[in-house]
Ligand binder design. Structure first.
Ligand code: ROI
Length: 192
């Protein structure tokens, strides 16, 4: 395991998901809150996407996005900050696995680090097979690679993109009650 104990500037990608309590607002608030984390700055933000639930189907669709940040925080300190944001937005951890949630902030990548800690696994354990994570990541950086060398664009060719619908990036800020959608099912891993 590569470990980092001294602070240094690190690039990290965070996945955001919500399917409760006005998900678009949850994502927008979380991005504002992340932007305010000390020693951290927002470098890029993907569009927002509606995505059909992975796991139990008797729950609302999710809204997902990914952000790219630059931070001086160590990964576990960053995790603390993200969990604080989840709690401040009303997240209650349920016993049920894969239950609905009003906000999930998952660290996907921290530079090229591999972290196996009881509190944190990086790269995120599910990211290689989750279109709702890989596609927004690819939107931010179409050449992005995981520490094992796998390309997000390559991993995406094995994912079903029909579960994703892009929400117009401007609309999600101004008029999120009437999102304009773009069906991605015919998208052949090409950036629009
Ligand atoms: N499904 C989708 N589409 N998006 C998510 O963010 C998400 N998060 C989860 C589970 C329950 C696995 N399903 C999801 O934690």
């Amino acid at each position: 395991m590569k470990q980092r104990t001294k602070t240094k500037i690190m690039i990290s990608y965070i996945a955001i998901g919500s399917n409760q309590d006005d998900p678009i607002k949850q994502l927008a608030l979380a991005i504002c809150a992340m932007d305010k984390i000390a020693n951290t700055s927002m470098l890029a933000q993907s569009s927002f996407y509606y995505s059909t639930p992975m796991g139990p189907q008797d729950q609302p669709d999710y809204v997902n996005a990914v952000v790219k940040i630059k931070t001086n925080l160590l990964p576990l300190k960053l995790l603390d900050k993200l969990q604080k944001i989840e709690i401040s937005q009303g997240r209650i951890r349920k016993k049920e696995r894969w239950a609905s949630r009003n906000l999930d902030l998952d660290i996907l990548l921290c530079d090229d680090l591999i972290i196996n800690h009881p509190r944190l696994t990086v790269p995120h354990y599910g990211m290689k097979v989750r279109a709702f994570v890989l596609y927004p990541l690819f939107e931010i950086d179409e050449n992005i690679k995981l520490p094992d060398g796998s390309l997000a664009s390559q991993l995406l060719t094995k994912c079903d993109l029909s579960c994703l619908t892009k929400i117009c990036p401007i609309d999600h800020v101004n008029n999120h009650t009437k999102p304009i959608t773009l069906n991605l099912s015919s998208n052949v891993i090409q950036k629009k």
